[in-house]
Design a protein around this ligand. Structure first.
Ligand code: BG6
Length: 479
């Protein structure tokens, strides 16, 4: 792992991602004692800012520490403002690294570059970095978008491959840093009772759902060319699905884990474009929240998808025939991300009516795992009812338990040199192979895709219940 004397450089340091995620995560790690007090951190961006203004900007989102700790952290930070495509800034950066390393007698430099950059400058920064600043042991964290489709993702990969090895690259999908997502392999493979039943003989349907209670306000211009499928499904939800369905890796070794992820991705059938539920939100029923098209920054007749449900199937021995639904939507009634695994019905006979078991893994908010089981109503009753074995983190674990934010967990992994929770090149390629035909189908102007309207703040398109029932999901409550 990287030692006490490491330089961390954040490119795109004046941008939103750096302000909201990267720097608060670095700070959180520092606060918790997971980053040495001897490192140096350099922000690099085009915006002209004085060091102090820069520090004010990034520290707005720092949480849970005394002023002293903040000051201590900020004393490790400096800022370079220069263009991305000329040499000067990179030469300054190299000198800053070298003088720090010299001062501390570092023979083999450790440099970590965090690229919080838009795609337009991504490649040029990588080239300059390689030319001017690359030395010793280097790690590079890169952020999505990794391309817009299979072709552009491969082009990007071709640009990067001659510059950095796969070993040096850490592709972030921040869902892999979420506590409950990291728990999936333990839950599945560390419990005989789950590992034994995790297959088509016992599981009737799987759902992974992502709901956000806010729309694209303020970033509609960005979202309009992306859409919900590319924004969260091709990456975040698919990653969750691979961890949920892959076979047992031989160990926690990063390559062993990622080998299994690639295998399962390859076994997913092409997405059936006839079996989609796509929607776009309109203004809220009370008129207080704007519809997607009310945003001035989006095309007036935009067909951008803000809600999608799609069916997947995996054609291997474990999963053949099990319906899987991924669904994601913006501007819904709540913010929640969860996995629902419904088990096959028990044989009737003894019971006239009995519900299915269901395992729910709530990724956020308020992490929880609960298992719906049938149990006899206590007392003289002979009736059964559906109840829950409930592991809700906030009631089970003390408040003092520090659960790192996704970005904190991932930066720490990178610092330790652990690739497990980063996306490998072949994994990325497979995910684009799967989603590119679907995206092309949705975005091709010849296909007049039916886009269901749903109101901001609602549960989503009305047809959702029917759609899920079609995919073998049974509701507890009659609809
Ligand atoms: C990002 C998407 O990758 O993930 C956003 O671009 C989305 O549109 C976000 O809001 C969701 O992340 P989280 O951690 O808030 O669930």
């Amino acid at each position: 792992s990287f030692g006490d004397y490491t330089t961390i450089v954040v490119f795109g340091a004046s941008g939103d991602l750096a302000k909201k995620k990267t720097f608060p995560a670095l700070f959180g790690l520092f606060r918790e004692g997971h980053l040495p007090k001897t490192i140096q951190i350099i922000g690099y961006a085009r915006s002209k800012l004085e060091d102090d203004d820069f520090k004010d900007r990034i520290s707005k989102n720092f949480k849970g520490a005394t002023e002293e700790t903040k000051k201590e952290f900020l004393s490790l930070v400096s800022y370079i403002s220069d263009p991305y495509d000329t040499d000067e800034g990179y030469i300054k950066l190299r000198k800053a690294c070298e003088s720090y390393e010299e001062k501390h007698g570092v023979k083999n430099p450790h440099r970590l570059f965090y690229l919080a950059l838009p795609p337009s400058v991504f490649t040029v920064v990588c080239k300059q970095l390689k030319k001017e600043v690359y030395a010793g042991e280097t790690r590079i964290i890169v952020e999505k978008p990794f391309g817009h489709d299979l072709e552009s993702a491969r082009a990007l990969q071709r640009d990067l491959a001659p510059l950095f090895t796969e070993e040096e690259l850490y592709r972030i999908d921040h869902y892999l840093g979420k506590e409950m997502v990291k728990n999936l392999l333990v839950l599945r493979f560390g419990n005989t009772m789950f590992s034994g039943i995790w297959n088509k003989s016992n599981i009737a349907s799987i759902q992974i759902s992502f709901k956000e209670a806010f729309g694209t306000e303020g970033r509609g211009g960005y979202f309009d060319s992306i859409g919900i499928v590319r924004d969260v499904m091709q990456n975040h939800l698919l990653q969750v699905l691979t961890l949920l369905t892959m076979d047992r890796p031989v160990s926690f070794d990063p390559e062993a884990v990622r080998d299994e992820k690639v295998k399962i991705l390859k076994a997913i059938e092409p997405i059936d474009t006839e079996d989609l539920l796509l929607g776009q939100y309109t203004k809220s029923e009370d008129g207080t929240k704007p519809g997607y098209l009310d945003d001035d920054t989006v095309k007036p007749d935009s067909k951008c998808v803000t809600y999608a449900a799609l069916g997947l199937s995996i054609s291997n021995e474990r999963w053949d025939g099990v319906p899987i639904v991924l669904r994601a939507g913006k501007a819904l009634d709540e913010s929640k991300v969860e996995i629902r695994i419904q088990f096959k019905p028990v044989a009737k006979g003894m019971f006239k009516e009995i519900q299915r078991n269901e395992l729910v893994i709530r990724i956020q908010p308020n992490e929880a795992i609960y298992l719906k089981i049938n149990s006899k109503i206590p007392g003289i009753s002979t009736e059964t009812s559906l109840t829950e074995l409930d592991l809700t983190y906030s009631t089970r674990y003390s408040k003092d338990f520090w659960i790192p934010e996704a970005y904190e967990a991932l930066i720490r992994d990178c610092y330790l040199g652990n690739h497990s929770n980063f996306v490998r090149d072949d994994e990325l390629d497979e995910s684009w192979k799967l989603f590119t035909p679907l995206l092309k189908h949705i975005e091709s102007s010849e296909n007049d895709i039916p886009l269901v309207k749903y109101a901001y703040g609602s549960k989503g398109p009305d047809h959702l219940r029917k759609y899920l029932e079609k995919h073998n999901y049974v509701f507890d409550e009659p609809g």
